[in-house]
Design a protein. Structure first.
Length: 150
């Protein structure tokens, strides 16, 4: 009898909870960090009106390049580095008495962390120089005078 109650409640309680229609799922994560916007900041199509502005200057090319770099940094930070840390951890867990696999796992984790530090420090160094030198016409940093407005 107790088993029937446990099984029945595990089946029907989620259905009852989902029947409440005014419930909205809380967004505990907010907007994901990193760059997940469009890579191309403008379009070369001048005849069809669309949501994107037409490419008219070198600033548009710089904006597109910076969007691609930000996207690559986001992929490296939020996807590749965590996967490499997990792979290294799995290699360490399954190494057992194999010292070669243990060393490979440690190297994978170390390489992922060093790569992450390099990506973050590169951005920090460039952003610091741009801020200190008050350069405003380099896209992607601070006050960008090279914007894609029509």
């Amino acid at each position: 009898m107790l088993m029937a109650v446990i099984v029945g409640s595990s089946i029907f309680l989620p259905l009852i909870a989902s029947a409440y229609t005014t419930y909205t799922t809380p967004n505990i994560w907010g907007t994901p960090p990193g760059f997940w916007g469009p890579l191309v900041s403008c379009t070369g199509n001048y005849t069809t009106p669309g949501s994107m502005t037409p490419c008219t200057s070198l600033c548009d090319l710089i904006d597109t390049f910076i969007n691609i770099v930000y996207f690559g940094m986001s992929i490296a930070i939020f996807i590749i580095a965590p996967i490499m840390v997990v792979v290294g951890g799995i290699m360490i867990m399954f190494a057992g008495a194999n010292p070669g696999m243990l060393e490979s796992g440690k190297k994978a984790i170390t390489a992922a962390i060093v790569g992450l530090i390099i990506v973050l420090c590169a951005y920090l160094i460039v952003n610091t120089f741009i801020t200190v030198l008050s350069i405003t016409d380099v896209g992607g940093f601070g006050n960008n005078s090279c914007a894609t407005t029509s």
